[in-house]
Ligand binder design. Structure first.
Ligand code: ADP
Ligand code: MG
Length: 682
């Protein structure tokens, strides 16, 4: 038997084995049928080469040519299917070429060298087309995918080259025949890809290949040892064969697992460790009820996997206004994630999917808002030292999340690794649901229900209050009786105050229903000035409005903005008991707003200043707490409401106050449209 015949036979047997493996596997994978078609093409090619090398007759030559056509056709089909290309010219072209050439082969032409050359060209051309399509996909693919496609493409190219050499060698020219081997290995590579339904890392693949090799060598050793050196009765080699087979079948499964384990250790140290640590963790989790112990163990296991340089666990705070870092590995910039400032991030996490940096960076922002959201997400990922964030989501509620990063490598985590960690986070959620944290959240629900009830009650009180007021005003009073007059005015004053507290409380409790639009801040400030001028104040007040040049429109709710500015202006006028100047000012600013010093997006800054007495440290600390007031008739809700409304504009009030000098309240607002080069709105 020639070298060709032998190599072709071996290749055919291996291809048949792979075909059987794929065809009879329990798991139904995508592209299985076209892949089987492709294997069938190569199998028939090798079988035909084998037959041709043995006999060399006209019949086997025709079989060889048919096999060549099958390879060409199946390659085009398989690659196009895998890349999910729509049926195009190539598919029609190769199908019709195959039919025409197939018919020609049946004629006398089928015995000519010309025909053989034509088929060879067709087959190599189709193969080349398939690999070229892969190459095209590689150029569009993301970093990780491209890295994984690269070796599949390179392998494909070498497979084409060596097959070309084989074809030449088949006709007697002395070149080494590697094509059989390379092709078969290439099909093996694809089998792994098809079975795992994803592109594998080269290391992973080498590990698998080597594992298979070692396994085969070990089995062969067992087999030949038992058969050759005749265990059992004299001369019964059949008995030895059965014995060897039994030994192999019995030890096959654990042996395979053991070898895979070793290969994993050898080639995939990091993933292997991660796999191991995560499965250990899964077993431990159910016994960890305490949240602190849970986060500690989670991070310990991640650290032991040596796969991460940064990791942190964030859980919802008691008050529910943000997430606090429980524990971390590696330096961390931001140890608290604010519900409002990081609302884009939290919104993304509430979707339940793992958030990956690649996903954020590759997203194409369609408009300004999406772009801003993307920038915010990127900034959040940086601040949290995270390449991946795994949400802990329990029936739509975000209990917390896990941030993970490995800053030693540029490539993000593989999808396998992501799914390993994601599996664990699902268990973490279970554990959290059994923990005290969850009880706390339920408590929060109860409190918010009480809040709603309070709002309902406020409504209930307001109505009879109106009736009381109306009734008192209708009382027929004795004009002479001063005491009576005095008492009635107390009733009226106090009911007025009560209904003010009630309506402000309702403002505070009401869910935010802003109507965000492009708003002229200048017009709002002018209106506030007009309103303030008409009201009575303890002292004489001069009201000034100062507007910066080319003031762009802001993105805000006009009515709410007016309410905020009016609250600040009224506080200022009330503070200036001896009179003074109230200044309402708006200028374009690049300063950003508190809590986000890195932000340099242009915004508009609004400032409300007075020349009043200023405030003490004590007052300043409590300013925004609901019902905190230093005034006899104050409600203490004005600033709390304003702060809450501003939070919905991604902003917050900043206080500058000096005792004896006056107070300035500032906040910034986002622009309605991005600034052009000249600083004017587009
Ligand atoms: P209220 O005006 O009903 O008292 P606010 O929430 O509007 O409630 O204000 C809370 C407190 O903050 C005020 O009682 C006052 O002590 C203080 N304050 C607010 N603005 C100023 C200001 N411009 N100057 C001095 N103190 C102020
Ligand atoms: Mg006030």
């Amino acid at each position: 038997m020639s070298v060709h015949a032998q190599s072709a036979l071996i290749a055919a047997i291996l291809l048949l084995a792979m075909g059987i493996n794929v065809a009879f596997q329990e798991k139904r994978v995508a592209h299985r049928l076209t892949f089987l078609f492709w294997i069938a093409g190569f199998f028939s090619l090798n079988a035909a080469i084998f037959a041709f090398s043995l006999s060399g007759g006209a019949l086997t030559l025709r079989a060889l040519l048919f096999a060549g056509l099958l390879v060409a056709l199946s390659t085009v089909y398989f690659f196009e299917r895998y890349l999910q290309k729509p049926a195009g010219v190539w598919r029609t072209l190769s199908t019709s070429t195959s039919i025409v050439v197939g018919l020609l082969i049946l004629t006398r032409l089928g015995e000519t060298l010309f025909m053989a050359g034509l088929v060879a060209l067709f087959a190599v051309g189709s193969y080349g087309y398939g690999v070229f399509s892969l190459y095209q996909r590689m150029r569009e693919a993301s970093l990780v995918e491209a890295a994984r496609l690269r070796y599949v493409v390179l392998f494909g190219v070498s497979s084409i080259l060596t097959s070309g050499l084989d074809l030449i060698a088949l006709f007697g020219v002395g070149v080494p025949s590697l094509g059989y081997l390379v092709n078969t290995i290439y099909v093996f590579v694809w089998m792994q890809i098809i079975q795992k339904s994803r592109l594998l890392d080269l290391k992973d693949l080498l590990g698998r290949g080597l594992g298979l090799l070692i396994q085969s060598v070990l089995i062969s050793l067992v087999f030949s040892a038992l058969v050759r050196w005749g265990v059992g009765p004299e001369g019964t080699s059949f008995f030895s064969t059965v014995l060897a087979s039994v030994v192999i079948i019995v030890t096959f499964d654990p042996g395979k697992r053991l070898i895979e384990l070793w290969m994993g250790r050898l080639f995939f140290v990091e993933t292997f460790e991660l796999d191991l640590q995560m499965s250990l963790l899964k077993r431990e989790i159910s016994s960890l009820i305490d949240v602190a112990a849970l986060s500690e163990r989670l991070l310990e296991r991640l650290r032991a996997s040596k796969r991460v340089t940064h990791a942190s666990v964030f859980l919802m705070e008691k008050a529910g206004r943000g997430y606090a870092c429980q524990r971390e590995i590696g330096p961390l910039q931001e140890r608290r994630v604010d519900m409002i400032q990081r609302r884009h991030l939290l919104e993304a996490l509430r979707g339940g999917e793992t958030l990956t940096r690649a996903q954020v960076t590759h997203e194409v922002a369609k408009d300004m808002e999406a772009r801003q959201r993307q920038l915010e997400l990127q900034e959040a990922l940086d601040a949290l030292s995270a390449d991946l964030i795994f949400p802990f989501l329990s029936s739509g509620r975000l209990l917390g999340f896990l941030c993970v990063q490995d800053d030693r490598v540029r490539e993000p985590f593989s999808s396998h690794e992501i799914s390993l960690i994601a599996e664990v986070t699902a268990r973490v959620v279970n554990a959290l649901e059994n923990s005290a944290l969850f009880e706390r959240l339920t408590e929060k629900d109860r409190l918010s229900a009480i809040g709603e009830m309070a709002a309902g009650m406020a409504h209930e009180i307001r109505n009879p209050l109106g009736a009381i007021k109306a009734a008192v005003q209708l009382l027929e009073l004795d004009e002479e009786d001063e005491e009576q007059q005095e008492l009635v005015s107390v009733i009226l004053e106090e009911t007025n105050r009560l209904s003010l507290v009630l309506s402000q409380f309702l403002d505070y409790a009401r869910p935010f229903k802003g109507n965000m639009a492009a708003t002229s801040i200048g017009r709002v400030l002018e209106r506030v000035a007009t309103l303030v001028r008409t009201e009575d104040w303890p002292g004489p007040i001069e009201v000034r409005v100062e507007l910066g040049p080319k003031l762009p429109k802001v993105y805000a709710d006009g009515d709410l903005l007016q309410q905020i500015c009016l609250n600040l202006a009224r506080n200022a006028c009330e503070a200036m008991e001896a009179g003074g100047t109230l200044t309402l000012k708006a200028v374009a600013s690049r300063e950003g707003h508190p809590g986000r010093p890195g932000e340099s997006l242009p915004r508009v800054q609004v400032a409300v200043s007075d020349t009043g007495p200023g405030m003490t440290e004590e007052v300043r600390k409590n300013l925004f707490i609901p019902f905190f007031t230093t005034k006899r008739k104050g409600t203490g809700l004005g600033l709390a409401i304003s702060q809450r409304l501003l939070a919905h504009h991604q902003s917050a009030i900043r206080v500058d106050s000096t005792v004896g000098m006056g107070t300035t309240m500032r906040f910034t607002l986002p622009l309605a449209a991005p600034l052009g080069d000249g600083g004017a709105p587009r």
